[in-house]
Design a protein around this ligand. Structure first.
Ligand code: RAM
Length: 775
């Protein structure tokens, strides 16, 4: 039976419990034990590590075990555990919990999250055993660029505490200490970038002593975020033999996770699964864009009946899997791809009459799924997979429409602050593994944008309290690096991956980096003022409001012309100036018209990169050009949101032209097919097509303001707000605009009802409940 997928790691157990099946594989049986959000303990246990010389070339998994007796009936039991490296824990032969790649990734040198599990049902009176397996994970690589190792330390270790309360109220604690045993087992090699090798012939031998490991000098903190769990399961939609003769499975969706394999073979048979996002223009397997990441699972069979494999301490970004080592034709039923991502609750749905837009929404959500794995990463497949701060800040608002990300970001933002440099510069990536590289406009602004966005969405001021000093430090950094209130120093990524003309005809859309920096300096200062106001810090409000005036005045002096043009004269330059209110009121309309002229000059193509794109349609809508926004959104030739969809994308690409119109690829140096940044358009789709907007922090007041256009005949969307579900469904019916809207209890709404042409808008105030409108 498929649900009885059982893993090779049967051998992980000690003698007394070897008969129990381990690591059952289906979603419903991923493990017993309930995850306890934010559960805390008083640590008494010791960190322990292996007590033998390790194989420092292959870095196999390390296994630990302890047998123990419980003298009475268990009323409650909790396991607290974390590791330097990744861990999987088992109690009496059963996997603890449904989370993978635990303890997740934080700025390990300063803090490591631990997990608390309710494991009451996993223990019994009498003999019990606990086993732990460790893998290198993010702690000691191979990680990021060039598969570097040992970013955070050289040795794996773990700490755990099993706290048992008996029915009679007595307590027992089984803690990691030097009485445990260590050893090796089937996982022979494992790393985030390269994958995992599992040898079913390697019996588990856990009979070596352990050593007490170095004390951890950072903080151990409870887990606030959502651990990675298994979600959708995909069967291959096609089995392909490529022109080169490669055997390839197509799972139909670019996803993040791994493949579970069921196989029969001879002892020593070796099966490899290589993972790729795309096939090349000839239909061959293509992995050049993974750069140094090997992304390979290698399984060595024991030959004992049907065997089951899945990796433990790695993950892949893939749609296609090349299989080697299986004789004859591949049986698609032997493989299933499992999506692995943060266990966040879905919160938004969006559908409309244009199937391409629905596909775009699908791709945005899958970009989020694949890159929300403990930290918000830029990409999930190549030798990178880092918490790029710029990407996270541009996507945060959209992310919050699609899923509940409140605690995901709240936990990660602590690391943003922790990794922040003493001068206030925010690192490019968090956790920082780039030696403190920091200070780029649009990236560092994660420090202000994410807390403010989360407050807007969830209405919870605690994130502002938590991040306020960090916000201030970031603005302080920009101030220190400014002369006459102009931030014109240092390195900046600029409007990353904006349009470059393939024809070298001078139409490259390059926006001056310091011009961009000045806009973000203003924006972050504005958000700091907003936060100061919410937190009642009146002196700061005054101080930063004065500063903001000066920043904007300097901007206008330096970057705008007499007739209202902006130095770089790109879409991004107008978009940022207008979005962040850099121009005097009287000059804004003309700037908006320059923006529209520019868009027309590119025949309704966007030319924006990471920083301009999120605000492009918002600015158009704000200045009365929703029709232009729709034209951009529905454009399907390069560069545009729908072009990748025409080319078969199932996720958002890093570049507008990851695959060019002639089906060749962009540079192998940087070409991810699962990169959520450009998915930031999702926010506009929810706010302006569906019309669901927050009228006040946390949606106590709701605005419903759909904008008709793009020949759409209907739209149906919902958002699970902190107040409850908001739903909107509109259609054009016989020349009338007809809408149903439901507003949750505790909220009121202002509803704007356009007519079928998008004009003559009626405004109504309504209370919670279901409402029907027609115009
Ligand atoms: C690359 C990726 C990432 C971006 C950085 C600046 O690594 O495109 O998304 O943030 O560059």
């Amino acid at each position: 039976m498929r649900t009885l997928f059982i893993k090779l790691s049967l051998l992980l157990l000690g003698v007394s419990v070897t008969s129990a099946p381990l690591f059952a594989q289906s979603k419903n049986s991923t493990g017993d034990g309930q995850f306890l959000h934010n559960a805390t303990t008083n640590w008494k246990a010791q960190w322990i590590k292996i007590g033998y010389a390790e194989d420092s070339v292959k870095h196999p998994s390390q296994y630990f075990q302890k047998s123990f007796k419980l003298t009475g009936k268990v009323k409650q039991a909790r396991l607290f555990i974390t590791s330097r490296g990744l861990y999987e824990a088992q109690l009496n032969g059963k996997r603890v919990g449904n989370a993978y790649l635990t303890p997740g990734w934080t700025s390990y040198s300063k803090r490591i999250a631990y997990q608390g599990w309710d494991v009451t049902t996993m223990l019994k009176k009498g003999d019990n055993a606990i086993q732990i397996a460790l893998g290198d994970g993010w702690y000691r690589g191979a990680l990021a660029f060039e598969n570097r190792r040992n970013y955070f330390g050289k040795e794996l270790s773990f700490i755990c505490q099993l706290e048992v309360t008996y029915s009679n109220g007595e307590k027992a604690v089984i803690a990691s200490d030097d009485s445990w045993k260590s050893g090796g087992g089937p996982i022979r090699e494992t790393s985030i970038n390269n994958g995992e090798t599992i040898d079913n012939n390697r019996e588990l031998q856990v009979n070596q002593p352990v050593k007490v490991a170095q004390t951890y000098t950072g903080k151990l903190v409870p887990t606030e975020s959502y651990p990675a769990t298994k979600h959708e399961v995909f069967k291959p939609i096609k089995v392909i033999t490529t022109p080169k003769g490669e055997k390839v499975l197509d799972f139909g969706q670019n996803l993040v996770g791994w493949v579970e394999l069921k196989v029969k073979g001879k002892k020593g048979d070796t099966i490899t699964l290589k993972h790729a996002e795309v096939l090349d223009k000839f239909g061959n397997f293509y992995i050049a864009n993974l750069r140094g990441a090997q992304a390979t699972s290698t399984y060595i069979l024991s030959g004992k009946g049907e065997e089951y494999f899945e990796p433990h301490f790695t993950y892949f970004g893939f749609r296609y899997v090349q299989v080697k080592g299986v004789d004859g034709d591949l049986n698609p039923d032997d493989f299933k791809a499992v999506a692995l991502y943060a266990d966040m609750q879905p919160s938004g749905t969006f559908e409309c009459s244009n199937p391409m837009l629905n596909k775009l929404q699908h791709n945005i959500q899958w970009g989020q799924k694949g890159n929300f794995l403990y930290v918000p990463t830029d990409c999930p497949q190549r030798d990178e997979r880092l918490g790029w701060t710029g990407d996270a800040q541009v996507f945060a608002r959209t992310a919050a429409y699609n899923f509940d990300v409140q605690h995901f970001f709240k936990q990660w933002m602590v690391d943003v602050a922790i990794d922040q440099r003493p001068n206030g510069a925010v690192t490019f990536v968090v956790p920082d593994i780039l030696n403190g590289a920091s200070g780029s406009a649009g990236w560092g602004d994660v420090a202000t944008v994410v807390p403010w966005t989360m407050y807007q969405v969830y209405g919870d001021t605690s994130i502002l309290h938590q991040q306020y000093q960090s916000m201030k430090n970031w603005v302080g950094f920009m101030t220190q690096n400014s002369t006459n209130d102009l931030w014109n120093k240092g390195f900046h990524f600029g409007d990353w991956l904006s349009y470059h003309s393939p024809d070298d005809d001078g139409t490259d859309a390059i926006t001056d980096k310091y011009e961009i920096a000045q806009c973000f300096y203003a924006y972050s200062t504005q958000l700091l003022i907003n936060a100061a106001r919410v937190l009642g810090k009146t002196d700061d409000v005054k101080h930063y409001s004065d500063l903001l005036e000066r920043i904007k005045a300097s901007y206008r002096k330096e970057y705008t012309t007499y007739s209202g043009r902006i130095l770089s004269n790109t879409q991004t330059s107008y978009v940022l100036a207008l979005q962040f209110d850099m121009l005097l009121e009287k000059d804004r309309a003309v700037a908006a018209s320059y923006l529209v002229n520019n868009i027309k000059a590119y025949r309704h193509h966007l030319t924006t990169g990471f920083l301009g794109t999120p605000y492009l349609c918002h600015v158009l809508s704000r200045f009365g050009y929703t029709d232009e926004a729709y034209k951009l959104l529905l454009q399907d030739t390069y560069p545009s949101w729908l072009y990748p969809i025409k080319m078969g994308a199932t996720t958002i690409w890093e570049r507008w032209d990851g695959i060019k119109p002639d089906s060749t690829f962009q540079t192998t140096a940087m070409n991810s097919f699962n990169h959520y940044a450009y998915g930031a358009i999702g926010d506009w789709m929810y706010q302006h097509i569906a019309g669901i907007q927050a009228g006040s922090p946390g949606y106590k007041q709701v605005i419903i303001k759909p904008e008709v256009g793009g020949k759409l005949t209907w739209c149906k969307a919902s958002y699970q707000s902190p107040q409850g579900k908001i739903a909107v469904s509109w259609k054009i019916d016989n020349g009338h605009f007809v809408m149903d809207a439901s507003i949750p209890k505790g909220s009121t709404a202002v509803i704007y009802i356009p007519d079928a042409d998008g004009k003559h808008i009626q405004e109504k105030k309504v209370a919670a409940g279901n409402h029907h409108f027609s115009n």
